[in-house]
Design a protein around this ligand. Sequence first.
Ligand SMILES: C[S@@+](CC[C@H](N)C(=O)[O-])C[C@H]1O[C@@H](n2cnc3c(N)ncnc32)[C@H](O)[C@@H]1O
Length: 199
Amino acid sequence: MDNDWLATNAPSCDSLLEEMRELWSESDALWDECRNRLEFGGFVSADYLEIYKQLLPLQGKVATFLEWGSGLGVVAIMASRLGFEAYGIEVEPLLVEHAQRLAERYGCHAEFAEGSFIPDDYQWGIEEVGNPSRTNCDARAAYDDLDMELRDFDLVYAYPWPDEHGLYLDIMKTCGGHRSLFLTYDAREGTSLRQVQDE
Ligand SMILES: C[S@@+](CC[C@H](N)C(=O)[O-])C[C@H]1O[C@@H](n2cnc3c(N)ncnc32)[C@H](O)[C@@H]1O
């Protein structure tokens, strides 16, 4: 845990941060319990404090938030508790069920849909974006279930596998909103926040 950051910022968001820390440890325990029952098996959780630090200054600046591959839904739940209209899309049904239960337990309105975050109209330029190994590229898109399109989200968050950053960026560039922000996490590089249409 980043104690310097907490010492500076915690007073303004103390109680929520405490609750979120409970959520993080509960989700770790849940993951240990269900990891062997997954069909797709590509779930790894991000550094939630790092993501929390990125979301805090965006409060009041963006409204709609989407977590791609939401897993246990922790980031979407944090976003909802921070005041965003938050959604998650996850291909593993068991993880979606757990995310919905966690959202209820932590009193938030995040909505989760089972399916793919890759829009059905995404035009694959697979040579340019690499060959995805861990992202499910066959499942049907889940945007209709949320009654939203990818371009409707002000802020999209994802944790791509190292060889899949190109694919994720390409999806955002071709199907995301003109002013959408894209927040990514990488175990080695940390977080990155950008407006992809400007690149
Ligand atoms: C690296 S984990 C990230 C979990 C969580 N978002 C986080 O940051 O802690 C990637 C997640 O994406 C899910 N996933 C893989 N392909 C997907 C797809 N096409 N659509 C939706 N979810 C997908 C996996 O099941 C897994 O839960």
